[in-house]
Design a protein around this ligand. Structure first.
Ligand code: PMT
Length: 400
């Protein structure tokens, strides 16, 4: 029998935590429950005690057993902790190591695996701060029980509903059957990863260039998540407005040719490459050393092909795992599959860059991962910091 410590925090979805306690108990889990003060505005300790047939914990300073320190002993007792519902406030406290109540003190004091089921208003959920906090927790090893879309208590029909108790039960079953990545022991620990990010710029003359809308957000998010999982990360990046993540080696480049040289130089000693950069396929055939003067009539510029870096890596890999990206506006799956084969990569991550609300520059994207063995995994629409976590979680379970 496995022990589940359920932490209930102060949102209206707390009523679902009663059902969750019941489902877990019926599935033969031993369940103990902690409630924050705010959770008790919505549900009572007695309800959980009656259903779970175990004591309920609400106050760090009421020690029920003098022989132990309750918030430490509880964490040690649990095989998994589930925070459901998790409010934006509790998520922020956990991400910042604040321990000012029974729930946060217990969680800070234990290494036990943690699952988090956010539930809140859609704008709170999508707020940059909340997304950043969730990404921090995910990178710290928390398992994320994604909220669903539907009718919210605030009146919106949008994302923010707590994951259904049955789905949470399934995820826990999966975890105990070893079907989820072991984040505590990430496969990326000690691995050397190259991430390419941002646009390239291809100069025509000292003041003009050809480039694209890539902001680098996706590549930088991947670099940060990889580094937090223990990888040694080299980020080869075109010009962006972003700061390099902590503990990541940044190699700034401008042109596709420079990116090619920087990647080639490090490829032999690399284990995995993420090619999220938007590399220009063409560059002006000639780079003028003076400003091109205006002339009568139209201007014709000849462009030459740049090196296809990913294709080169696919042709020259020996041990490396290659993760390519495909930016498409139509026939997404067909073109992505074509790139998967023609560039000899292990996974291609496709996005629809025709949708201006996601893709280039946006904080959001929606990806599908196509594996060489034919498996396709839909990641759905999320902030890029969350997508980085989902991409790595997915690779953790499939990358040998
Ligand atoms: O940077 P953001 O604003 O966060 O946006 C993210 C993104 C839209 C840039 C990212 O999701 C993405 O799709 N990146 C790949 C863009 C691209 O160049 O796709 P492509 O389908 O043209 O190229 C396919 C693959 O070949 C890519 O991995 C690309 O890096 C690589 N390539 C392309 C051309 C070239 N000369 N050399 C390459 O290595």
């Amino acid at each position: 029998m496995k022990n589940i410590l359920l932490a209930v925090t102060g949102g209206i979805a707390a009523y679902k935590a009663i059902d969750l306690t019941s489902k877990l108990t019926q599935a033969d889990y031993e369940v103990r429950v902690m409630l924050t003060d705010h959770a008790q505005e919505f549900v009572t300790p007695l309800a959980f005690q009656a259903i779970g047939r175990n004591p309920v914990y609400t106050n760090t300073f009421i020690e029920q057993n003098p022989e132990e320190i309750q918030h430490v002993a509880l964490g040690d007792w649990a095989d998994a902790i589930v925070v459901a519902p998790a409010t934006a406030n509790t998520i922020a406290k956990l991400a910042n190591g604040i321990a000012d109540d029974m729930v946060t003190s217990t969680i800070l004091a234990t290494e036990t695996p943690k699952f988090i089921a956010p539930a809140m208003n859609v704008h709170m959920y999508e707020n940059k701060r909340t997304q950043h906090n969730l990404a921090t927790l995910s990178a710290d090893g928390y398992y994320f029980l994604e909220p669903g879309e539907g009718f919210l208590a605030c009146g919106y029909v949008a994302k923010g509903r707590m994951e259904e108790p049955l789905q949470i039960l399934e995820r826990l079953n999966q975890y105990f059957n070893n079907d989820l990545p072991n984040k505590k022991n990430s496969k990326f620990k000690g691995v050397h990863a190259i991430v390419t990010a941002g646009p390239t710029i291809e100069e025509l003359d000292p003041v003009r260039y050809l480039s694209n809308r890539s902001s680098g957000k996706m590549g930088y998010a991947l670099a940060e998540s990889l580094s937090k999982r223990g990888a040694k990360v080299t980020l080869i990046s075109g010009p962006t407005h972003l700061d390099a993540p902590k503990n990541v080696e940044l190699i700034p480049i401008e042109s596709a040719q420079q990116m090619f040289e920087a990647v080639k130089l490090r490829f032999d000693s690399t284990d995995i490459v993420f090619k999220s950069a938007a590399v220009s396929d063409y560059a002006p055939a000639e780079m003028l050393d003076h400003k091109l003067k205006k002339q009568a009539g139209d201007l014709t510029v000849t462009f030459k092909r740049t090196p296809d870096i990913l294709k080169y890596l696919g042709e020259n890999k020996h041990k490396q795992f290659l993760v390519g990206f495909a930016a498409e506006t139509q026939n997404i799956e067909t073109y992505a599959q074509k790139k998967l084969k023609s560039k000899n990569v292990d996974v291609i991550i496709a996005n629809n860059v025709g949708d201006r609300t996601i893709g280039f520059s946006s904080d959001d994207n929606a990806y599908t991962m196509y594996y060489k063995n034919g498996k396709a995994v839909e990641l759905g629409k999320h902030k890029k910091v969350i997508l980085a976590e989902h991409i790595l979680d997915n690779l953790e379970t499939r990358w040998q």
